[in-house]
Design a binder for this molecule. Structure first.
Ligand SMILES: Cc1cc2nc3c(=O)[nH]c(=O)nc-3n(C[C@H](O)[C@H](O)[C@H](O)COP(=O)(O)OP(=O)(O)OC[C@H]3O[C@@H](n4cnc5c(N)ncnc54)[C@H](O)[C@@H]3O)c2cc1C
Length: 493
């Protein structure tokens, strides 16, 4: 329902950040319309159904559950009001070779024992490493990520000025962990969570050992029904708060005039609003929807950014069970440095890729027909590469070959469903800059106030949210991003 005296807000994009921003603004008494170009909300976390399978299209790791709980608590709700979370055991398995597989237990005592068997003395060092990581998590996730980062002064006022050093903002993650551990398997295990941030451990601030705290101490969870349950929950809450969600409604242009966005052009007509929050990819909003004179950043600025990787993905239905797979399977058989270099240093298709296989049907019978497996296979690749059918088919054959080798049984003839997804799909579906999968990387130079600003410098009623601004890529950061921008706008009055 629309109230004539209320201020009107338009949010562009119904991913996690847009849903979060829209719901927070509605809670504060604004009339909110959420415009989404696709026929489904959820953005990169949409779901599709085919031949009895339910495929989550994007995120599969439910980490940092307290951030999501805190979001629902804000509205007097809890995650439990919407879906059931299950902690995974083991958290995941890492495949170094067919016969060298590390199953990572969720129980900390068991993990310590495992570390000790790999590197003598490493269990005690893990305790020390995690004590520090816990401090970073509590300070970082408690205060740091909820800052709008519009002005460096926010950090001066805060006790953070002193703690910036303790938070390890200026040292790299890879140097940090090498002070504690030497064994290559342990190093790879602890460097893996940082890959979620979209950059090499050597370019990521050591602050992000907080991700290890999240992994080891807070656990790996799964919402029964699939990750899309979180989207459904957020949509339901948004609608309860009065947000009007208009699907199949792409914004085509933001008109400017007198220092404000004066009109929003969509295929189904023009809309006016007092406040606009762009939660689609920042680059798309600036470059495709705004005239050049209204943009915050130049083309050169964007060219110099380190984008998080794109992905080559396969959604596969297999007509039998695969006992050797766990829910999360990291295939780290190949050289990590060479693959990373093909992503960040000399962007190219990787010669021998590392890859990840998610098999949610291990935990959740609702995502595959009885006796079958639902597989999501992911190769991280550089943003900006051209993908062709031939390239997709080539990597598909290699991955299936690797899986057959690991599982020790034939798979090809048991595949009952197959679909690939890559950079060109990210561009077509989400207007993703260079086909990025998860935004702008959290590098040393792209964290906090070094990120694109949530505020337009030229149009005073235009704001930004989402994975290309603060706090960064990932589901919990996207949910935080919407809250940060809404709280920032509300305190401006
Ligand atoms: C393959 C993959 C795996 C991932 N794995 C994980 C994981 O395991 N764990 C994790 O935490 N994170 C993961 N992520 C990252 C996480 O999914 C994203 O960071 C998060 O979903 C981004 O949310 P967002 O709201 O910023 O953007 P989006 O989800 O992209 O939402 C933006 C929305 O804007 C819409 N839009 C674009 N242009 C317009 C327009 N002109 N008009 C109207 N609407 C428009 C888009 O359609 C989209 O719905 C993964 C991402 C991908 C792609």
């Amino acid at each position: 329902m629309s109230y004539p005296n209320r201020k009107k807000v338009v949010v562009i994009g119904a991913g996690f950040s847009g849903l979060s921003a829209a719901t927070c603004m509605a809670e504060r008494g604004y009339d909110v319309i959420l415009l989404e170009k696709n026929e489904q909300a959820g953005g990169r976390a949409r779901m599709f159904h085919a031949d009895g399978f339910a495929f989550d299209m994007g995120p599969s790791w439910y980490w940092i559950p307290d951030v999501i709980e805190r979001y629902f608590n804000r509205f007097g709700k809890s995650v439990n009001d919407y879906f059931q979370l299950k902690r995974l055991e083991p958290s995941y398995q890492v495949i170094y070779s067919k016969d060298n597989v590390l199953s990572v237990p969720s129980d900390y005592r068991e993990l310590r024992t495992l570390f000790e068997t790999i590197e003598k003395g490493s269990a005690a060092r893990l305790d020390a490493f995690l004590t520090e990581a816990a401090y970073k998590y509590k300070t970082g996730m408690g205060e740091f990520v909820y800052k709008p980062s519009v002005h460096i002064g926010e950090y001066a006022k805060w006790k953070l000025a002193a703690s910036l050093f303790r938070l390890d903002m200026f040292r790299s993650f890879s140097r940090h962990i090498r002070q504690y551990f030497n064994n290559p398997q342990i190093l790879q295990l602890l460097e893996f969570p940082v890959l979620f941030l979209g950059a090499m451990p050597s370019k990521t601030p050591a602050l992000y050992s907080l991700m290890n705290y999240a992994d080891i101490c807070l656990g790996t969870w799964y919402p029964m029904g699939g990750m899309y349950e979180l989207v459904k929950a957020m949509v339901s809450l948004a609608e309860e708060k009065g947000v009007e969600i208009r699907l199949n409604t792409a914004v085509q242009k933001l008109e400017g005039g007198q220092g404000r966005v004066s009109g929003i052009k969509t295929a189904s007509g023009n809309i006016q609003a007092d406040i606009i929050i762009g939660s689609a990819d920042y680059h798309h909003i600036e470059n495709d929807l705004l005239d050049a004179s209204y943009r915050n950043y130049s083309a050169a600025y964007w060219r110099k950014r380190t984008m998080a990787p794109s992905c080559l993905l396969y959604y596969i239905g297999i007509g039998k069970r695969l006992p050797r797979l766990q829910h999360h399977n990291l295939f780290f058989e190949e050289d990590f440095g060479r693959h990373a270099s093909a992503i960040y240093q000399s962007p190219a298709w990787p010669e021998n890729p590392l890859f990840y296989v998610c098999c949610p049907s291990k935990t959740d019978p609702s995502v595959a027909p009885a006796g079958m497996e639902n597989l999501f296979m992911l190769i991280p690749v550089a943003a900006g590469l051209q993908d062709t059918e031939e390239i997709r088919e080539n990597y598909y054959n290699r991955l299936i070959g690797k899986l057959e080798e690991f599982c020790g049984e034939p798979l090809r003839e048991h595949i009952v469903y197959k679909k690939s997804y890559a950079a060109s799909n990210f561009i077509a579906d989400y207007n993703a800059y260079k086909g990025n999968a998860y935004g702008l990387a959290n590098t040393l130079r792209q964290t906090a106030f070094f990120k694109p600003s949530i505020r337009s410098k030229r149009l005073k009623n235009l704001f930004f949210a989402g994975q290309l601004t603060v706090p960064g890529p990932g589901v919990p950061p996207a949910v935080i991003s919407g809250q940060v921008v809404a709280d920032y706008i509300c305190q401006l009055k």
